[in-house]
Design a protein around this ligand. Structure first.
Ligand SMILES: CC(=O)SCCNC(=O)CCNC(=O)[C@H](O)C(C)(C)COP(=O)(O)OP(=O)(O)OC[C@H]1O[C@@H](n2cnc3c(N)ncnc32)[C@H](O)[C@@H]1OP(=O)(O)O
Length: 206
């Protein structure tokens, strides 16, 4: 671990990520990279450059990608990995993690999240505010679990899928990669095809 943290992306999601990093109290200084030239600071933290300037900071900073879009976050994190960046895991102090929970690098776990035992969260995920993930879940890389989503036991979510705000996933459900579930969707059976799903029970709409 380095004593400085660089966060890529200073928008709404980036601000929440910075807030968590500040509360973790592990880094002596925190700064952003962002591509909006008009913004010089965010949350009182300096924006020191653009997102393509990471190589300048790689030796001195831990680097975290705070980009909401799953595909873009994947591209940026994987480029950083190739460049040898040290990518931390960010966990809000008021998240509750059970025994044998694994959380990989580049994943952020926000305030009020509960993750029960034996759940594995792969790299680059967003586990957003107040969501709950019960026992034995597998959340594959670059997934976004939106605020207030609830996943019962033994759920698998495939790479880059996005569970919308307040969505509900029943136990023993397997979800394919690159799916989008609308706000409030309720998933009661396996989802085998990528696409957009809404409603109760969730049906494919796109
Ligand atoms: C901290 C944070 O902010 S994290 C971010 C959290 N944000 C979310 O979770 C967003 C979730 N997004 C949604 O639910 C979106 O509405 C989506 C992705 C399902 C659809 O978005 P779009 O493709 O733009 O669809 P659009 O808004 O044009 O709606 C298309 C139709 O679907 C319906 N629809 C849209 N969302 C939903 C939903 N969640 N449930 C049921 N029906 C829906 C609309 O009413 C509309 O119906 P109509 O054609 O009969 O009028």
């Amino acid at each position: 671990m380095k004593n400085k943290l660089l966060i890529i992306g200073a928008s709404g999601h980036g601000k929440v990520v910075a807030d968590i990093a500040l509360k973790m109290n592990k880094w002596q200084s925190i700064a952003f990279l962002d591509d909006d030239e008009n913004v010089k600071s965010s949350m009182g933290l300096e924006i020191v450059g653009k997102s393509n300037e990471t190589i300048k900071y790689i030796n001195d900073y831990d680097i975290f990608v705070a980009i909401g879009n799953n595909e873009t976050r994947k591209k940026v994190q994987e480029r950083l990995e190739e460049e040898g960046a040290k990518i931390p895991t960010l966990i809000h102090p008021n998240a509750v993690l059970g025994e044998k929970v694994e959380v990989a690098s580049g994943t952020v776990v926000m305030a009020g999240v509960v993750i029960n035992c034996c759940t594995k969260i792969e790299k680059g995920c967003i586990i957003n505010t107040g969501s709950t993930l019960d026992h034995d879940n597998i959340i594959e890389e670059f997934v976004h679990i939106s605020p207030g989503a609830h996943l019962a036991g033994t759920v698998r979510v495939g790479k880059k899928s996005w569970l919308g705000i307040g969505s509900v996933i029943s136990n023993n459900v397997d979800i394919a990669s690159s799916c989008m579930f609308g706000a409030g969707a309720v998933v009661i059976r396996d989802i085998n095809d990528s696409g957009t799903y809404t409603g109760i029970p969730a049906e494919k709409v796109d």
